[in-house]
Write a protein that binds this ligand. Structure first.
Ligand code: DP6
Length: 321
């Protein structure tokens, strides 16, 4: 305590998506999920608990914020550590703005790691993942590198992240196409709540996504890129069908998203193996292997500029820096 700690956590892309909560306060998801942590996108967060502070001082990319979610999260850490000091938090996101790359995942994974350490706690990776989960669900998986999973569980102590494979043996990369600089209109938090409560297809999603989980878990173990890519693509579109079938209906895809999806299909017809996935925003991410990165970028360059195209490989677990 009284010492500053800095942690770096990478963001992740879900291959089996999390889309709905059984418990909103504890962030217990309705299904287990699997992701790939990414090396190019990360958040560095420093925390110090300081007896001279009169309130929490929080900055994100040097801008002051009094985000209630972050303060509640600091309260959780204080409670766990049995302290009542205010904190200074400085966070820097190395994630393209609204790239649809869930910067909340790397943000809360790094805040949980630096914050717990600064509060004098020594948490295991599993405990860190459970703490990060309370900030944002996808952060549960960002404690781990490579292929990671989030075991759904039923309560605070049984819903945690774990490593499936790190370092990753499979040749796998992700190309993000940044389509829209505007912040998303419907956050994942709100979107998944509407889907959970109103989509008549929600029960089928849970059944299907449990199958997708086993399929992708096995594909990772068998080094089967094709099955992994195909299933991740299907799972993403199954998730997006929950937005269209909700009341009110909403949609994250826009016309550029559809354009990229068509490009991926054309590339596949030309024998270039690649798959697409999307989260709570219009940006499309293409999953491919190393030798296909160049031809895919060539094709994308007809429509998009270089700075809209970001290539990433598997990333490391959270670490103190
Ligand atoms: C589509 O983790 O951002 O990226 O738990 O409410 O903070 P909260 O939601 P968040 O949702 C991520 C949704 C997703 C799929 C995924 O990452 O699994």
């Amino acid at each position: 305590i009284g010492k500053k700690y800095t942690a770096r956590a990478h963001t992740n892309i879900a291959l089996v998506k999390y889309w709905g909560k059984e418990n909103e306060e504890l962030i217990i998801p309705a299904n287990s999920s699997i992701s790939l942590t990414l090396d190019e996108f990360y958040t560095d967060t420093s925390v110090i608990f300081d007896s001279t502070l009169q309130k929490d001082l929080i900055t994100i990319n040097d801008e002051i914020t009094d985000d209630k979610k972050i303060i509640n999260f600091l309260d959780l850490i204080r409670k766990k550590a049995g302290i009542n000091l205010y904190a200074k938090v400085e966070s820097y996101n190395h994630v393209p703005n609204s790239a649809g790359l869930a910067s909340s995942a790397s943000a809360y994974a790094s805040l949980a790691t630096a914050g717990s350490k600064a509060a004098g706690l020594e948490l295991s990776d599993k405990e860190l993942s459970m703490l990060a989960r309370r900030g944002s669900g996808s952060a549960t998986r960002s404690i781990f590198g490579g292929f990671a999973a989030w075991n759904k569980g039923t309560d605070d102590n049984t819903s945690y992240g774990y490593s499936i494979e790190d370092p990753v043996k499979m040749d796998i990369n992700m190309i993000a196409i940044v389509l829209n600089g505007n912040p998303k209109k419907i956050s994942s938090r709100v979107g998944m709540k509407i889907s959970y409560e109103t989509s008549p297809f929600y029960d089928s999603w849970i059944k299907q996504t449990n199958d997708d989980f086993s399929t992708i878990e096995n594909a990772i173990k068998n080094g089967d890129f094709s099955t992994l890519g195909k299933t991740a693509e299907l799972n993403a579109m199954r998730m997006h069908s929950l937005t269209l079938s909700a009341d009110p209906s909403y949609l994250y895809l826009n016309k550029d998203s559809l354009l990229v999806i068509e490009m991926v299909k054309t590339l596949r017809e030309q024998g270039i193996e690649c798959y697409y996935t999307m989260d709570a925003g219009p940006n499309v991410k293409i999953i491919c292997q190393k030798n296909n990165i160049k031809p895919i970028i060539n094709k994308l360059s007809n429509q998009f500029s270089q700075d809209q195209i970001k290539v990433s490989g598997p990333g490391e677990k959270v670490k103190l820096i």
